[in-house]
Design a protein around this ligand. Sequence first.
Ligand code: PGA
Length: 228
Amino acid sequence: MKIIAGNFKSNLTRKDSLEYAIKLDSMLSNRMHNNKDIYIFPSNTSLMQNNYQYITIGAQNCNDSNSGAFTGETSLLHLNEFNIDTILIGHSERRNLFFENDNICARKFEYFKSNNFKIFYCIGESLEIRNSGKYLDFLRSQLSFIDASFNNLVIAYEPIWAIGTGVNASVEQINECIEYLKNISNAPIIYGGSVNKNNSSDILEISDGILVGSASLSVDSFYQIINS
Ligand code: PGA
């Protein structure tokens, strides 16, 4: 089973996201895709009922609280309303732009683990760490903050230097990290970072799946990737 996930980030309106989900679900009904597990992560104002037949709706981010005085945050209560039980934690944009360090990511991980969520936990090194040659140790240290044996965990390896840059890691580079991570966890390990319809099939051959940003924003492009 390959995991194929689309992260819309702060793109697509509520209307666009809903139309996208309806269209994708119906496109998928025309073919056999039972070897693919497909997820989309719309922005929080575009969250919709998680009741599609062929796709699962996940949240890109959520506060580790049921509800309360957390101005500007989305809480578990809001995800529950949509029957959403899948979440991305630790995306490099959350880490770098919104200062979510390993401790905050770990706290969120514990919270959503205890609420029986499926957790896509993102890790990945910067270009500086890659060039220092210590990237494998770095990935290990990022995972050391969480329970890597959690049975509803998906590890998303996303080298920061390959996200949104059009520079994707080579198959050899991805493979080295995936093989290394497989010694640490039995969780599926997926890759993200400039995945598109031209490189997706090679990456799917050596990974358990892909997390797609920009190339998931058009439903036709994402559908081509799913079929790759
Ligand atoms: P990208 O984003 O495919 O646009 O590089 C991937 C991600 O950030 O998950």
